[in-house]
Design a protein around this ligand. Sequence first.
Ligand code: ADP
Ligand code: MG
Length: 341
Amino acid sequence: MASIATLGSHCALQVLKGAKDEGFKTILICEKKREKLYRRFAFIDELVLVDSFLELLEQKCLSVLNENNSIIIPHGTFISQMSSEQIESIKIPTFGNKWILRWESDRAMKEKLIREAKLDTPNTVSSPKDIRGLTIAKRHGAAGGKGYFLTTSEKDYVQKRDRLISQGLIKGDGDLYLQEYHSGVLAYLQYFYSPLKDEIEFFGVDRRHESDIDGIARIPAAQQMEMDGIPSFNVISNSPMVLRESLLDQVFSMGERFVEASKKLVSPGMNGPFCIEGVYDENGKFTTFEFSARIVAGTNLYIDGSPYTSLLYNEPMSMGRRIAREIKQAEKNGSLDKVVT
Ligand SMILES: Nc1ncnc2c1ncn2[C@@H]1O[C@H](COP(=O)(O)OP(=O)(O)O)[C@@H](O)[C@H]1O
Ligand SMILES: [Mg+2]
């Protein structure tokens, strides 16, 4: 039987708990500074201690993972701490499609996939000169909202960009992607696509608390005007949400279109967990500003299942556990190659 391994951050606890519940041996690649934290959890069978997650690419880690027949579960920390080349070079079977992670990291490729899936998406602003209405400047990769900012003119953009450069967060314009800002109810839609069943499962939806943009709403406009700092979109936590039932049909069809489009553009397609992130307007129309092509941390809310997984499973089903179950099923059928890359 395979074992299940991941990096110690993001949603590692959920993933390894789910793996344990499905009967797998669990392995955590753990930074030494977090050893004490992760030793608290009995469902983690083995810790491989490292100074940096990049050691995942080195022989010491690889030999432990190979000996244990490990399958790696990629999450947000892979994207934020490794380049696409490094992720693609991982020599251990990786759950889902490691090739699609490049499409998540690169905002231009990301937009292409969103358009191929016929999801409504905000217009990209191709140059600071073209900034007209409310625009958000975002960094590439899963930067978690840190250093993102709102702007309404080239002049204001340049000032804020220069401040980020002096803080060492970005090098220049090339590190920023400009997109029209859409206002409404933000929602992060969590899906799982099973290539074994050729079926999409809607797992749940969350909202995110982002600092300090969320704090701004608590401050009256007059005091906001006197503030000097640039509010960031740094994600701090997640809360559960449910959608109006009349929105669900559209949720499923968006997920299905995304899976279809990914099959066309990046073989073998969007297998496993993913998330479509966007905004509902007053008519219930959803505009997708981005996606994550792997498990998102918002699924950490639902270790005991979500309102939506309760409709699909008669037992608590987290995303981590669903991943492990897919691997278990694939092992049983001799079709592991369908669920890993
Ligand atoms: N076009 C947009 N309109 C409104 N809010 C947005 C838009 N794009 C991003 N955001 C806000 O910024 C946050 C981070 O942006 P996102 O594209 O999700 O980047 P990341 O890859 O870092 O998660 C989102 O969670 C949301 O709050
Ligand atoms: Mg995001």
